[in-house]
Design a protein around this ligand. Structure first.
Ligand code: SF4
Length: 523
């Protein structure tokens, strides 16, 4: 028996299949566009978009139908219909499907009908809508937005509070980055600056990726290679990135760079002399603003030593990321991190002793063998170290990782109340220790449909993290697998560097030309 989902009168099967995949394992999309899912009875969902009362409105309707007793016709079991602006039909069709499937299955996700990577963008749109032409009545907008997020988008109350608070923090950071400062931003009367999205120009941010690590984490689905096994590739790779940076910023490049993030992989897995050449070679080409933020992802504590920290400090990096992921040795062994809790503590103390005053530490919720108690123990231990920022990720269960080979039971993606509660408790604990959320994003296949949230103490939010997630700030990516992004109005266009190392190394010139073409259309 089958549940069939059909988009009638519009081309929306892919969007509906994406929403259906929250509830069901790999919905099958047939060549005629219908989506079919094995089910306990024969039922169908019809999603229709039809003309509305005026040319800028449409009616979105979703009907859940079951077989009549005599099996001669379909009868409605549930339905939703709404007039909406024409340009919102796709997301409304997905939202209605979420509501119908949630009512049918009894499953509700913490982020409700939001499936995108950046839920704060939806929150910003709702804030803009609530404050539009109404700037004197700010005491009212929060309630309106809260209502929309919980009742219309079906977010849990906790996620609603989190997304509004984080959206406002992101907007404040973006406003501080815009040129001229605050040009195009509107004072909403409650000390929050809401960027209106047009008439605002931002400097660039730069990502420099090194896809090598000292070992492979069991949950990794990234292209990272073992730095020891592929040692002969390190030097050609570093040379290629240096060349890519030099060529990109030569020949009349206009603009400045407000933040640079050296990530990976693990950049600090390079041997010290090559690491020094890598940083010098790339940084000397970048037209940095005088107060540019420089971040080094020294993710694996076992790659950090005095020599590399000296190099990082000499290059004037102000942010350093040291990522314990958990403070349990047993879990670290299980997930293939070749370091111990002791090494994390040592790396942190060494960095502090060498003068690093802006350290971020990452933790992951939902690791194998860990429940609320273990997660909270890690949070408390890290919070006691008092790094300036802590990012709490949720384990993404991805095919291609060693932890999850084939056949991931779909139930692993369903909401797990214990995990959701553990993450909420962790957020509360971080707030108690003086951290506030400032950016968040979601990934596909995160356990329980949860999110990754960056928390920081006052004045320590990462500009890069907010900028690159924003779809407002242009991003230049260097290295294999990196992405460059140009912004036109509210639209982002992207080009991607090849993921394959040899292909990347051999076609740097081509990548530079693609970047030039991308940015020449908007600058
Ligand atoms: S440190 Fe990151 S990139 Fe490297 S293996 Fe682990 S998850 Fe993958």
């Amino acid at each position: 028996m089958t549940l069939t989902i059909e988009a009638i009168g519009y081309d929306g099967a892919t969007a509906l299949a994406e929403m259906a995949s929250l509830f069901f394992d790999r919905p099958r999309q047939r060549t005629d566009g219908r989506i079919q899912i094995p089910y306990g009875e024969n039922v169908r969902i019809e999603s229709l978009i039809s003309d509305g009362a005026s040319s800028d409105l449409v009616v979105a309707t979703t009907k859940f139908k079951e077989d009549a007793h005599d099996k001669t016709r379909w009868v409605a079991r549930d339905s939703i219909a709404l007039d909406i602006p024409r340009d919102e039909w796709r997301r409304e069709a997905k939202r209605q499907l979420y509501v119908i499937l949630s009512r049918e299955t009894g499953i509700s996700f913490p982020w409700g009908a939001l499936t995108g990577v950046r839920p704060t963008q939806i929150a910003c749109q709702e804030i803009e809508r609530a404050t539009w032409n109404n700037q004197g009545l700010q005491s009212e907008w929060y309630g309106k937005v809260f209502d929309r997020m919980t009742h219309y988008w079906k977010l849990s109350e906790q996620k609603t509070k989190l997304v509004i608070e984080t959206a406002l923090a992101e907007q404040r950071i973006l406003a501080s980055l815009a040129y001229p400062k605050t040009n195009g931003a509107v004072d909403d009367g409650c000390d929050n600056l809401i960027i209106q999205g047009t008439g605002v120009v931002y400097p660039y941010v730069v990502y420099v990726g090194l896809p090598f690590c000292p070992s492979r984490c069991a949950y990794c689905s990234f292209i990272a290679r073992d730095a020891g096994r592929y040692a002969e590739l390190l030097e050609p790779y570093v040379d290629a990135v240096i060349r890519e940076a030099r060529m990109t910023f030569s020949r009349g490049f206009k603009g400045e760079v407000a933040a640079v993030y050296f990530g990976g992989g693990t950049p600090t897995s390079l041997p010290a002399p090559l690491f020094e050449r890598y940083l010098s070679g790339v940084l000397k080409s970048i037209p940095l603003m005088s107060d540019a933020e420089l971040t080094m992802e020294a993710g694996r504590p076992d790659t950090i030593d005095e020599e590399k920290l000296s190099i990082i400090r000499d290059k004037k990096f102000d942010r350093l990321c040291i990522n314990p992921q958990t403070m349990r040795d047993e879990t670290l062994r299980m997930i293939g991190r070749a370091h111990t809790v002791e090494e994390t503590l040592r790396a942190f103390e060494l960095a502090r002793a060498m003068g690093f005053r802006d350290i971020n530490m990452d933790l992951i919720a939902g690791l194998p063998g860990e429940g609320a108690t273990e997660l909270l123990e890690s949070i408390v231990r890290i919070a006691k170290l008092a790094p300036e920022s802590i990012t709490l990720h949720t384990l993404a269960v991805k095919r291609g990782s060693a932890l999850i080979e084939d056949g991931v039971p779909h139930v692993l993606f369903y909401p797990d109340e214990a995990l959701i509660d553990a993450v909420e408790q962790s957020h509360d604990c971080l707030r108690t220790h003086g951290y506030a959320p400032y950016y968040l994003y979601r990934q596909r296949n995160c356990r329980s449909g949860l999110e990754n949230t960056g928390f920081a103490r006052e004045g320590h939010a990462s500009i890069y993290n907010v900028a690159m997630m924003s779809d407002a700030v242009p991003v230049i990516g260097f290295g294999s697998g990196s992405t460059s992004k140009a912004i036109r109005g509210r639209q982002a266009s992207r080009v991607h560097n090849p993921k394959d190392l040899s292909v990347y190394i051999s076609c740097v010139e081509e990548q530079v030309e693609k970047k030039r073409a991308l940015f020449s259309t908007v600058k």
